[in-house]
Design a protein around this ligand. Sequence first.
Ligand code: ATP
Ligand code: MG
Length: 359
Amino acid sequence: MKIKKVTLTNFRNYASESVDFCDGFNLVSGPNGQGKTNLAEAICFASLAKSPRTHHDEELVRDGSNEASVSIEIEKDFGKQTVSYSLGENKQFFVNGNKISKLSELFGTLVTVYFSPNEMSIVSGSPEDRRDFMDTDISELSGNYYNLVQRYNKVLFQRNKLLKNTYDHKAILDQIDIWDEQLASVAAPIIRTRKNFIAKLLSPSQNAMHFLSKETEKLDIEYLGAEGNSTAEIKANILSGLKASLNKDMELGYTTIGPHRDDIKILLNGKDSKIYASQGQKRSIVLAIKVGELELFEKELGEKPVFVLDDVFSELDTGRQKKLYECAKDYQVIMTGTTFKFKPQTEFKQIKVKNGTAK
Ligand SMILES: Nc1ncnc2c1ncn2[C@@H]1O[C@H](COP(=O)(O)OP(=O)(O)OP(=O)(O)O)[C@@H](O)[C@H]1O
Ligand SMILES: [Mg+2]
């Protein structure tokens, strides 16, 4: 899919602007603080229903305005679509002008793979950052997965409420089995889907790592959570895990095992990259994962996603910049940077951003 046009109204520092994109490389440049990241953010918001840099949607509304709105025209293999949203008093999304009632209906309309320096948290951040990475990206592929995670969080909340508010252990023991059964029933397909996602992501990411970095650098990703391959096996392991940790959970007042506590381990040459990889290697790992996602998303959706790269070149040497161009050349790319030292060999467009305008 390709983004043809983005129209922003009162979004961050954009009062009213329309930006046309080419199908190849879109090089969005300009000095610091002019609105490059804001433009990338507006695009990502349409695909993920959340900002990659803040949980506070009100920050996206232009100072002094009540409402921000963004409209994005997309061209897919089968035809044109429009995704739009408004933020402020109401947060609403529209696909082809029709208001959508559940976010799961939005996912898959505009699919992006997003990189910004913040995405380094996939390697360097907390387990929560890595769970968020998996959940966000799998939701883009499956609205059903997003619904499962919402359902899991609700059941988890109920189980924790029982653990927290009931001082009578017998009362907990009387009710806990019902919650354990429900929790495990939703946890198992979540973990199964995440393991599947990691397994499918691994090979294209390894290939990209091989290409982007020294050929000796081997990437591995392991899911750290309940054992098992089938949903039934995982469910049985979750159930026994919940039983085994019940005393601890009662003491702490919350649930200590399950997909909300799982993590992934990213290894470089067999060693935990969070601890051992250099800054440059970490950056290459995250980029390799993103390039791996391009291929995975394309395979799963039957359409190419749009590659959005915010400030990607700030720390990459020219050799790696060229290699990244090479990896991305079959996709529509929207990349931001203060300047671009060399121009792509394929179709490209320069977009200059200055104080909330993009020309
Ligand atoms: N809600 C808002 N209303 C008005 N202006 C805003 C709002 N939120 C952010 N800004 C402004 O947007 C500008 C930052 O834009 P952005 O982050 O896109 O910069 P950038 O071009 O990516 O810069 P850099 O090269 O430093 O990354 C700042 O001047 C900031 O004050
Ligand atoms: Mg920026």
